[in-house]
Design a protein around this ligand. Structure first.
Ligand SMILES: [Zn+2]
Length: 129
């Protein structure tokens, strides 16, 4: 099994939103593992929504080797009224899948250098899946 923090993106990444964060060594004392970048992520725990993650991966697999736009998935998974406000949930799920080396997140056909990316991205299946 590939490590959670392996592959393209090194260093600590939030278990919830998948963004990289700086480890605060005061918080990390006594051998505690810091999983979340913020109180918000620790309380929301987006990673518990396995249904969304699985549905997203399903669509990415269907489209392989082509990439998908996260908003394309959002429109099919959520209602017309609220898909826009759910976009961040989908980006979080995408980051988590990228951290597990299952998908690739690209901007202008290049893998994003950091999961703290801004602007539009696309998701595609990694070749060895
Ligand atoms: Zn987070």
């Amino acid at each position: 099994m590939k490590s959670h923090h392996g592959g393209l993106y090194s260093g600590p990444h939030c278990f919830s939103c998948g963004r990289p964060f700086d480890l605060d060594h005061r918080r990390a004392g006594d051998g505690n593992i810091i999983k979340y970048c913020s109180k918000g992520c620790r309380s929301k725990k987006y990673e518990k929504d396995k249904k969304l993650e699985e549905a997203l991966l399903e669509m990415i697999k269907e489209r392989a080797p082509k990439s998908i736009c996260p908003s394309y998935f959002a429109r099919s998974y959520f209602s017309e009224a609220d898909w826009r406000e759910k976009m961040e949930l989908i980006r979080c799920a995408g980051r988590r899948l990228a951290l597990r080396s299952i998908i690739r997140i690209t901007q202008k056909d290049r893998p994003v250098a950091s999961l703290n990316f801004k602007g539009p991205v696309r998701f595609s299946l990694l070749d060895d899946q």
